[in-house]
Write a protein that binds this ligand. Structure first.
Ligand code: ATP
Ligand code: MG
Length: 277
């Protein structure tokens, strides 16, 4: 089993979204995967997975013997399970050694355990430090996010391999910050991949239907390529990621234009009817 932790430093950069996306991608490739919500007190991983209503028991209940494994571990999709975080208690109240024991008991059952860490460098990160073999540190499209990610990388530096994932990037005039400049300034850390902004991915996540994202979309391809890069150590050139950003932009434009186009057609047909009268 490999335990991968997703952290960031800065909040809101897509850790939860990517934990779910990477887990789904690995499960689609046939690996058995457990997604662990490590954000005690501020859990969210149930939402993109559409598991909000099924979530009754949590990893903390399991650690305290308040439920059985089958009560708290939920099946999301073939090969993909999910263990929710506590909602009422935060990391101050939750015993890290007890949760580590839960993970140790589950380790043999999965090829991968993915931990969705909280933002910042608090106790949630300390828990993941003990469990994780490798880290994916998520960087959003801002210099502030890059700075916090590098701080996080330095903090967890000795605990397993770490690589950066640039998430939610756009191309051309839509990009607020230059991807090339950001990548040039990461102090020799491995860049595992660049994930494009995906309006469709976000919409699916908001509706709890992220598992429906398409493998052959730019987003789906970037997710798989990032995993491949991270797991095999292959480094892909910037041009490869930039072409996926272009493809994502094209897909988003096509999707946005479709309703506008059909509206235009309906308006033209209406105008033609009026002219005939
Ligand atoms: N590549 C992307 N394309 C489109 N939307 C995205 C992308 N990545 C993240 N989002 C959206 O950005 C929002 C924030 O993402 P998410 O909740 O995963 O961040 P987080 O780092 O886990 O936040 P927190 O630090 O609060 O835990 C979500 O609404 C998510 O759907
Ligand atoms: Mg989160």
């Amino acid at each position: 089993m490999k335990c991968l932790a997703l952290a960031s430093g800065k909040g809101g950069v897509g850790k939860t979204f990517l934990t779910a996306s990477f887990g789904l991608a690995l499960a689609r490739q046939g690996a058995s995967v457990l997604l662990l919500d490590g954000d005690m007190g501020l859990r969210n991983l149930d939402l993109p997975l559409g598991m909000e209503k099924q979530t009754r028991y949590t990893s903390w209940d399991l650690a305290r013997g308040r439920c059985f494994e089958e009560d708290s571990i939920l099946s999301v999709a073939p090969h993909l399970d999910f263990l929710p975080a506590a909602e009422e208690e935060d990391w101050k109240a939750v015993s890290r050694p007890a949760l580590s024991t839960v993970l140790e008991d589950l380790a043999d059952r999965y090829d991968y355990i993915l931990i969705d860490c909280p933002a910042g460098l608090g106790k949630g990160i300390r828990f993941a430090e003990k469990a994780a073999d490798a880290w994916l540190i998520v960087v959003g499209p801002s210099w502030a996010s890059r700075r916090d990610a590098l701080k996080t990388a330095a903090c967890i530096g000795k605990q397993g391999r770490a690589a950066l994932v640039f998430n939610d990037f756009q191309t051309g005039s839509d990009a607020g910050v230059s991807l090339a400049e950001l990548i040039d300034s990461v102090d020799g850390l491995q860049v595992a991949g660049v994930i494009p902004h995906s309006s469709k991915g976000n919409r699916l996540a908001q509706q709890g239907r992220l598992k429906e994202y398409q493998r052959d979309s730019a987003f789906g391809k970037a997710v798989e390529l990032t995993l491949k890069s991270f797991l095999t150590g292959t480094v892909y050139p910037l041009s490869r990621w930039q072409s996926l950003l272009q493809k994502a932009k094209k897909e988003d434009c096509e999707r946005e234009n479709r309703p506008a186009g059909s509206l235009l057609l309906r308006q033209r047909a209406k105008a033609a009817r009026w002219r005939r009268r």
